[in-house]
Write a protein that binds this ligand. Structure first.
Ligand SMILES: [Zn+2]
Length: 279
């Protein structure tokens, strides 16, 4: 399977640059249409002001045309909005229900990921793991175990480089190698993406071709390595639709997770995957 990764990578590179080109062309053609329509509106308005007779005689038809332009303009505005919005990062999900998404980055880890799985299972909780392709290649059976337990796996690139500092080709390699390693381990491509360090820009967003999943609660577990502090951060900020950032590569995060699951379960929260939270 690994032998043809070079070939698959170049297919990916083509697909991702093509994806970017298509989006850019679509946005520019929509903008052109919008400019043309605005120009037509301007012309029509100009005519109606300079020729009173025409205005009276054709008042009805002008009104209809203007109405049509307005009607057409609005969906086009919305189209542009949705084109741009389709790649905007997501920080949280819908807030009407008591749902929270726990996310674990930088794994899979040979020891701690399985411990996290055990705890999640104990509380009937589902979570999302943003895995590094290089780690998945090392521990494919753990990635497979995560997927088989009903959790979600997202792409966190191949080796955790800051995508905004890379060339387009390097960024494509990082993103596509992550996808491929996950696909090789679990049998399907991940549908979510989280940029390393949360670092992204419009160029990266368009290459990825899906919204980046960021977070609302940063536990700073990598920094403090203190279960009580990690727990307190979640406890003090927990709310409907929040996305919690953790890392399944530290024993201290596993300890904190036990406290978090216990407390939030008593508070009535349901732990769901990113797909479930943002659907
Ligand atoms: Zn990370």
């Amino acid at each position: 399977m690994r032998l043809d990764r070079g070939k698959r990578k170049s297919v990916w590179a083509q697909r991702m640059s093509l994806n970017k080109k298509i989006i850019q062309r679509r946005i520019s053609s929509i903008s052109n249409w919008l400019i043309l329509l605005l120009f037509l509106c301007f012309l029509l308005l100009g005519c109606s002001q300079t020729d009173d007779v025409v205005k009276v005689e054709n008042n009805e038809s002008h009104r209809v045309e203007n109405d049509e332009s307005e009607a057409t303009k609005e969906p086009i505005d919305k189209q542009i909005e949705s084109e741009v919005k389709a790649f905007e990062p997501i920080f949280q999900g819908e807030t009407s229900k008591k749902k929270i998404a726990l996310t674990f980055d930088d794994g899979p880890h040979p020891i701690h990921t399985s411990e996290v799985l055990q705890l999640l299972n104990q509380y009937d909780a589902k979570a999302t793991f943003f895995m590094l392709g290089s780690q998945v290649e090392e521990y494919p059976h753990i990635a497979a175990q995560v997927a088989a337990s009903g959790h979600e796996i997202g792409n966190h690139t191949w080796s955790h480089k800051k995508l905004t500092t890379l060339s387009e080709k390097e960024a494509i390699d990082e993103i596509s190698l992550g996808v491929m390693a996950i696909e090789d381990a679990i049998g399907y491509q991940p549908t979510h993406f989280r940029p390393p360090f949360g670092e992204r820009n419009a160029n990266v967003d368009q290459l990825v071709g899906m919204p980046s999943i960021l977070w609302t609660i940063d536990t700073r577990d990598w920094d403090t390595r203190n279960p009580e502090s990690i727990f307190q951060i979640v406890k003090n900020n927990a709310n409907n639709g929040q996305i919690v950032l953790m890392h399944d590569i530290y024993d201290t995060t596993v300890e904190a997770l036990d406290l978090i699951l216990k407390y939030l379960t008593l508070e009535g929260y349901q732990f769901v995957t990113i797909s479930e939270l943002i659907k």
